[in-house]
Design a protein around this ligand. Sequence first.
Ligand code: CMP
Length: 138
Amino acid sequence: MIMSKNEKTLSIIKPDAVERNLDNEIKEIFKNNGFSILKEKKIQIEKSEAEKFYKVHETKPFYNDLCSYLSSGPIVVMVLEKANAVIDNRELMGATNPKEAKDGTIRKKYGISIDKNSVHGSDSIENAKIEIDFFFKD
Ligand code: CMP
């Protein structure tokens, strides 16, 4: 198996979790699972920016609500690094729908609904690069 020592992925702690002051607790979970937080910032984005970020979902029925939601309050965006960061982060987050997420995952522990599922993580190495650039290109 190919192991990348320093793969990067983008993680977002979504408004439902920041609102409940869970951001530090969730950051500790990442660190305890071997991720380094290379960059992070707490921001609130415009709906138009959320629409750009989630453009891949623009034909989906949930697109409008999703973009309204991501821009509804502060979020924490982070660049996480570890070997196999993309896949390991998706494993640690759990299924998109918290009701289907396995015990021990972030979404099982904190997620409220499929929309308010507490965290986002890049779904591929290619998208990780695009998403990291989206928030941290400066
Ligand atoms: P996320 O990983 O941020 O990527 C897109 C988001 O759309 C997803 O998490 C969910 O919060 C949200 N979403 C809402 N409805 C659905 C759905 N039916 N299928 C997948 N994602 C959905």
